[in-house]
Ligand binder design. Sequence first.
Ligand SMILES: O=C(O)[C@H](O)[C@@H](O)[C@H](O)[C@H](O)COP(=O)(O)O
Length: 267
Amino acid sequence: MAHYGAKKQKDGREFRFYENTDDLSTELAEYIAELSEAAVKECGIFTLALSGGSLISLMRKLCGAPYTRTVDWAKWHIFFADEQAVAKSHPDSNYRLAKEGFLSKVPIIPNHLHAINYTVSAEQAAEDYEFVIRQLVRTRVVCASDVSDCPKFDLILLGMGRDGHVASLFPNHPVLNETEAWVTFVTNSPKPPPERITFTLPVINSASHVAVIVTGSNKAETVKFVISGIGPECSSLPANLVQPINGKVVWFLDRAAASKLHGSEFS
Ligand SMILES: O=C(O)[C@H](O)[C@@H](O)[C@H](O)[C@H](O)COP(=O)(O)O
């Protein structure tokens, strides 16, 4: 086990601490590969939703041995937990980021890559994407949750912003209260670009597994609020609202992101 510390909270959230991003990437690859093997064994498919940001580079170890050989890539279906409403080729596009950093390096079957409709507004793209996912639930490519009327993705990978946002769910934003839609949109994202689509919290919290990957000292203050539960508005931090109903959330943190935690918060 490459982590130097771990903590399981009473609410079931698990936090794993890594010396550096290399150790974190090593174990993140193993974690994803193991979940995909279990999902493929159980129902022949692995459904994975990606966020953007530094997460993609931290998945780099999955693009090498032994995973290129051992993972059953043909059974993977890829989704985006959030996406910028920009062209696929735009520097801010999560599609482009994922393609360049991960998807171009592993043999995902092209029509198993479920991208958003980039030719319409964020509002229309959210509606279209939800329709696509609803069709995939109907045809049983994506499982349906048995505790909510949401899709049950095998794994959703999230980053976290300094403000505690995950996907494109930002603090104090009305979309945090969305309970019906599976995919919604924002047009005033505090993190540019302004127009985005995002999975809603009910979808994130219906996943079998969620991993939140946070590195860097600039996130340390927010990590402290998340773990200690103390801090201004910490209960409304979107990252603190990630609590899968019938699933498991694991946080992957490097030492820099955990640098404001004290001993007691590690055990
Ligand atoms: O599209 C996005 O902007 C991302 O999905 C966003 O939610 C990201 O994961 C966080 O902002 C953390 O990004 P970093 O890890 O790069 O700080």
